[in-house]
Design a protein around this ligand. Structure first.
Ligand SMILES: [Zn+2]
Length: 206
């Protein structure tokens, strides 16, 4: 176990937030995001990582302290060790390669975060657009005689798909970080199909 994993398993996000004076709701563990100008709490403090539902920022307790005090990863680690009085061997001065490794990990994770945030934003954009169309069709194309046999196909499409798209948007908006990542992986193809469907509708000139 290196010093960073030791710190992460010793200090939870909640404990760090309490010690460093971040106000959060003790029931749902939400606080104002540290990474964007947040008026309503959108950052969730999970046990070993934080995640902002609005800007997608996430990281561990070391990243949080880095952000709070504008520190390097190693200085944030040292601060936590001292503030929480942790019995952790500070091997870092002897072994600087650990630092570069951690920095590489951070860079790699940032890269992933950016890619994830982009896919999530694009998927939400498409889902919302389709959702809006379905809602419109569902409201405006109700067959006058209430007979589904003669209904406008767009109305039927709306009936068939509305709830599912609604649930997909919910999951991608409010799911845990892991659920959202899984969602992007599993529904990638489906979102592509929806995008095609929207374009097809637009070019049909209806
Ligand atoms: Zn944020």
């Amino acid at each position: 176990m290196n010093i960073f994993t030791e710190i992460n398993s010793a200090v939870s996000l909640e404990e760090a937030a309490s010690l460093y004076g971040i106000e959060f709701n003790h029931r749902n563990k939400m606080c104002n995001c540290l990474f964007h100008n947040d008026k309503h709490p959108s950052m969730k403090l999970n046990k070993d990582y934080y995640y902002c539902f609005s800007c997608g920022a996430h990281g561990d307790v070391i990243n949080m302290v880095q952000q709070l005090y504008n520190l390097s990863a190693i200085d944030a680690a040292k601060k936590i060790i001292s503030d929480f009085n942790l019995n952790v061997q500070t091997e870092l001065s002897k072994n600087p390669s650990i630092i570069t490794q951690k920095q590489k990990e951070i860079e790699y994770r940032k890269e992933l975060e950016r890619a994830f945030a982009t896919s999530r934003r694009d998927a939400l954009f498409i889902l919302h657009e389709y959702h809006g169309l379905l809602l419109k069709w569902k409201r405006e194309l109700v067959p006058e005689d209430m007979n589904l046999d003669n209904a406008n196909p767009l109305f039927l499409e709306a009936l068939n798909n509305f709830d599912r798209i609604d649930a997909m948007i919910d999951e991608l908006t409010y799911g845990t970080m892991q659920e959202q990542i899984d969602f992007i992986k599993s529904f990638n193809k489906e979102v592509e199909k929806i995008e095609k469907r929207i374009n097809e509708f637009k070019s049909s000139g209806c």
